[in-house]
Design a protein around this ligand. Structure first.
Ligand code: FES
Length: 338
């Protein structure tokens, strides 16, 4: 039994178009002689083809109107339902136009031939290659009005409209991601805005603090700890040796670190005084305070950034500068401030 195969009509032959490297190559005997890859449903009715072109242009006009409407609605404050309707209308009209174009005006048909004993010879194969390389250019350039005068400008307007909401992403973060609200001389205050002194934190005590005036800024949250007479192993970060970041005298050794976990940004809110470790409750990353808050367990791969501290003559704790490295997760593992 012969197996039926479907050949695209791009294969040229004696019954097909006159051009192409495969012209002149005979088709198998059972291929209808009237196959022609320039044929399309309205080829013999130019008036009707013109009407269809106008219909497509009108549909894409609807797309452009929807795009402009979308921009106006968005610009004037936005209304989610209306924006959805306009976006749907724009895409639907665009798709309808493309479908009609493809079905009525684009040449193309399938040629069915039985496999039989027929095998492609080199000329046929090179004919296929030529046809593929020629691609869809002829069928598109034949519709220059639709392509250049309608589709390209309409696509531009509607594309712009759909990109318009990117403005909602806000202004570029620029260097803001590299810094927090800490500044030289900023007093450390509690969550209710109360400034703290060195002796407000007992040995082995811990407190969440913010820069004065910025208690709402979560990225600036720091945890300040009195490690007593323990010595913290220092490390050098971005040219700063953290050995000098500890303050206090006698039994008080005060250090402060970012409270934002370097794994995924949860607040590091658990303090194990026996092991002198800070623990993130989200995925249990554990930071060894006496090792400059290096991670010793869990998925975090970067230490908690340390906040350099100082003491004012009146005893209030202050920051001497911002964290020496960016706070938070992931992205910062790939580099420091440019
Ligand atoms: S966010 Fe802290 S361990 Fe995952």
């Amino acid at each position: 039994m012969k197996e039926e195969l479907v050949f695209p009509k791009v294969i040229t032959g004696t019954h097909g178009p006159e051009e192409g490297a495969g012209a002149g190559t005979p088709w198998p005997d059972d291929v209808p002689p009237n196959q022609d890859d320039t044929w399309y449903p309205l080829r013999d009715d130019p008036w009707r083809a013109r009407q269809v072109e106008v219909l497509i242009a009108l549909l894409w006009g609807v797309t452009a109107i929807c795009g402009i409407g979308l921009m106006i609605v968005y610009w004037t404050g936005g209304q989610a339902q209306l924006e959805g309707v306009l976006m749907f209308g724009g895409f639907a009209a665009l798709a309808a136009g493309l479908v009609i174009w493809a079905r009525k005006l684009v040449p193309g048909q399938e040629v069915t031939a039985s496999r039989g004993e027929h095998t492609s010879d080199p000329d046929e194969r090179s004919g296929v290659v030529t046809s593929l390389e020629r691609g869809t250019r002829p069928m598109l350039t034949r519709r220059g009005f639709l392509l250049k005068k309608v589709l390209v400008p309409v696509g531009g307007v509607f594309g712009l409209a759909t990109l318009w909401p990117l403005a909602s992403l806000g202004s570029r973060p620029d260097r803001a991601l590299f810094h927090t609200k800490w500044y030289p001389g900023a007093r450390l205050v509690t969550e209710d805005g109360r400034p703290i002194r060195v002796d407000d934190i007992v040995v082995d005590g811990e407190l969440t603090v913010f820069p004065e005036g910025f208690i709402e800024d979560a990225m600036s949250a720091a945890v300040v700890i009195n490690i007593g007479t323990d010595k913290m192993q220092s490390r050098t970060v971005n040219g700063f040796n953290q050995a000098g970041f500890e303050v206090g005298s006698g039994p008080n050794g005060i250090v402060a670190f970012s409270k934002i976990c370097t794994h995924a940004g949860c607040p590091v809110s658990l303090f194990n005084v026996l092991s002198m470790q800070l623990i993130c409750p989200c995925h249990q990353s554990t930071f060894d305070i006496l090792k400059s808050c290096e991670p010793v367990f869990g998925p975090a791969s970067r230490p908690l950034p340390q906040l350099p501290l100082g003491v004012r003559p009146d005893g209030y704790l202050i920051a001497t500068r911002d964290f020496v490295e960016p706070v938070g997760p992931g992205f910062w593992n790939r580099g420091s401030e440019p």
